[in-house]
Design a binder for this molecule. Structure first.
Ligand code: RAM
Length: 344
């Protein structure tokens, strides 16, 4: 299968513990980092997701808020209705004028928001990307949910397993410029070419992380490619919309669907057999870690240099890796056996 039993069990336990902590509102107490009150840092931290109204970002923002409450900072969340870089730029500019301590942002474009972010940094605002990165010179740290090769591989393995390693597949992505999805798609293409000669990727379409657009793109894919055997959707918005389409269509159970989804959005589709298995990480932990990375930057505990270490509350100590990347952990596979254990 995809994970060694031990890895899978350990990941399950880690997810379950952190989900339980979030659910009970249990705080981890003082960070023990020696920072915090008295340092005079501006712990006003604003989360700026790709767009609002996406349960994935609701969960990551809630994790950020939990962390910021723990260290007595000020949490805020702003964001555009649509997942576009332009929409993010105006919020970045406003936050710069307001003089927040840090912006934690999931980037809709690796370059287009860079000038605005660098103006913010020139004005003393720390910039943490999480979930979807910018170019490395426009932020201080990137909090990465899992290593990109691993995220690509778990999805390639799942679709290969679900279609018997042969036939046509398509990808239903988020917005066309999303840094994270584009990196994963490139790696999926490489892995398919290297290890799965029987699988043909016939098309990549973009649902813009909009539910209706993703639903319509799913319908179009199935019409255009009558021999399609599977769809990979590396976005929680896309996979949920595609599952909803498949559920009441003639393709349910015939065309496989996998990718990255949240358990709460995917539960009914796993329970009725529309979807067999999909992957993700814990978005609450991702937001929580981004908040602690912001705090560490604001207080000068880290600069984003490789080897810097910081305390991340209940998640423990983290080390900044090459290119200012902080890695949360491994992706995790959800299926009918374990989905009941998760609530996010
Ligand atoms: C959507 C967004 C997000 C991505 C997840 C998997 O919610 O595109 O950036 O990480 O899917």
């Amino acid at each position: 299968m995809l994970f060694q039993k031990k890895t899978r069990a350990a990941a399950l336990a880690a997810l379950a513990v952190s989900v339980a902590l979030v659910a009970t509102g249990c705080a981890a107490g003082d960070s023990g980092s020696g920072g915090g009150e008295g340092d005079g840092g501006n712990l006003s931290i604003t989360f700026l997701p790709k767009n609002l109204g996406n349960p994935y970002f609701d969960t990551s923002n809630a994790g950020g808020e939990e962390a910021i409450e723990e260290f007595d900072g000020t949490f805020a969340e702003v964001g555009p209705a649509e997942a576009t870089p332009d929409g993010q730029v105006s919020y970045i500019n406003t936050l710069t004028q307001q003089g927040v301590g840090a912006i934690a942002i999931s980037a809709n474009d690796p370059k287009a928001i860079c000038d605005a972010l660098n103006e913010a940094r020139d004005a003393g605002v720390k910039v943490v990307t999480f979930d979807s990165d910018t170019n490395t010179d426009c932020r201080d740290v990137f909090v990465n949910q899992a290593d990109a090769e691993g995220i690509a591989k778990v999805q390639v393995d799942l679709i290969a397993e679900q279609i018997g390693d042969a036939g046509e597949i398509a990808i239903l992505s988020a917005s066309a410029n999303a840094t994270n999805q584009n990196a994963w798609i490139e790696l999926m293409k490489e892995q398919l070419a290297a290890d799965h000669p029987g699988i043909e990727l016939v098309e990549v379409v973009y649902g813009d992380d909009d539910d209706q657009t993703s639903f319509d793109k799913t319908a179009a894919l199935l019409q255009t490619h009558p021999n399609l055997k599977g769809i990979v959707s590396p976005t929680t918005v896309g996979i949920a919309a595609a599952a909803r389409y498949l559920q009441t269509s003639e393709y349910q159970g015939k065309v496989a669907l996998t990718g990255l989804g949240t358990p709460n959005q995917m539960r009914e589709y796993v329970e009725d057999g529309t979807v067999t298995a999909f992957a993700l990480w814990n978005p609450a932990d991702l937001g929580y870690l981004a908040a602690y990375a912001s705090k560490a930057l604001i207080e000068g505990d880290i600069t984003g240099a490789e080897g810097d270490t910081f305390d991340a509350g209940k998640l423990g100590e983290y080390t900044v890796g090459a290119d200012g990347v902080v890695l949360l952990g491994d992706p995790f596979v959800f299926d009918a056996e374990n989905i009941g254990e998760f609530d996010f």
